[in-house]
Design a protein around this ligand. Structure first.
Ligand code: FAD
Length: 303
């Protein structure tokens, strides 16, 4: 995909007006290919089906870049309701959360308090909470919040991105934190992030190997079969304990591969986004691969 097209979709994903307006539209533009439903009821059966194939899930109640306290409070309540549902339906899944949905851009303490309320419930139900990593402007604050929360709770982890130059040197302080490794989904400057796909991929492999040889659980989150195959060779050659890692992919992507990795006996987790705040998430998926645009265009035009 050309950088121009990628930048165009990333630009749309950050557009406040479109994000707000799209909430009123319901699903459009083929968003239902990648977003599982508008509410928790609509995703429960999807989770149960995946669980029956030995696949765990992480649920993302979509929302980000919130600028009003009421909206962040509503998001916190939505996350707590989600935890109640996971418990009452006995779903095998955890929850992924973006801090800007809980008020990070409004006031860090407010965001920490919201997270504490969520973690209290999650802790009581033994449910893990993962903080998604957003753009670099929020990087340090995300780790600040994580470290504050980890003083009280250990059922929490976050994400590292292989496109950032500094990730490798930051890994040392994260040895005891459960992490998801991804390439990175935002537009970042060359000052902080590799722009070259090969460098991002090489760093992904290097970071994954460091983590796999370490002492804490890692989620290897990619749809890239080249990277997965290379890491499986490494895992076999080094007798890495299967309980120390899992593969993760997004809902709607490479379903065959999701099932086959689980059938081969690897721990597998599907990331399932749901909710009305679908626009930013959907546009970032459009930015990733031209084939994603083709896929939704085809369905939008012919259905
Ligand atoms: P790409 O670089 O998109 O693709 C590499 C190659 O893989 C392609 O050339 C193709 O050969 C193959 N491939 C990829 N997709 C397909 C497909 N659908 N069908 C066939 N072949 C395919 N980013 C963040 O910044 N923060 C987060 O918190 C975050 N969480 C994530 C959670 C999960 C579970 C996943 C999977 C991704 C997450 N991301 C996150 C997004 C991530 O950073 C990447 O933008 C996204 O995963 C695209 O990179 P990729 O590794 O999947 O492969």
């Amino acid at each position: 995909m050309s950088n121009l097209t990628r930048d165009f979709f990333i630009g749309l994903s950050n557009n406040e007006y479109l994000n707000k307006t799209a909430k009123k539209w319901g699903f459009r533009l083929g968003a239902d290919k990648f977003v599982a439903g508008t509410n928790i009821e609509s995703v429960t059966n999807i989770v149960k089906e995946l669980n029956s194939h030995g696949i765990t899930c992480t649920l993302d109640r979509l929302g980000e870049f919130v600028s009003e306290r009421e909206e962040a409070t509503e998001a916190k309540e939505g996350c707590i309701n989600l935890l109640e549902k996971i418990k009452s339906e006995n779903l095998n899944c955890h929850v992924s959360i973006k801090l800007t949905q809980l008020g990070l851009d409004i006031d860090e303490n407010f965001c920490v308090n919201n997270m504490q309320e969520i973690l209290q419930v999650a802790n009581a139900y033994n449910i893990f909470i993962n903080i998604d990593m957003e753009d670099y402007a929020r990087y340090e604050q995300t780790f600040d919040v994580l470290h504050i929360l980890r003083k009280e709770y250990d059922n929490i982890g976050t994400v590292i991105q292989s496109y950032l130059h500094r990730t490798e040197s930051d890994l040392d302080q994260l040895q005891d934190v459960r992490l998801r490794l991804v390439k990175g989904a935002y537009k970042e400057s060359e000052k902080v992030a590799y722009q070259d796909k090969k460098k991002i991929d090489r760093n992904f492999i290097q970071l994954a190997k460091t983590r796999l040889l370490g002492r804490t659980f890692t989620s290897i989150a990619t749809h890239d079969h080249h990277l997965i195959e290379e890491l499986i060779d490494f895992i076999r050659a080094n007798n890495i304990d299967q309980e120390m890692f899992e593969f993760q992919m997004l809902y709607g992507f490479r379903n065959d591969m999701q099932y086959s990795l689980a059938e081969e006996g690897y721990n597998f987790c599907t990331y399932i986004p749901f909710g009305i705040d679908w626009f930013g998430y959907f546009m970032r998926r459009m930015a990733e691969r031209p084939q994603n645009i083709n896929l939704v265009m085809k369905d939008t035009l012919y259905t």
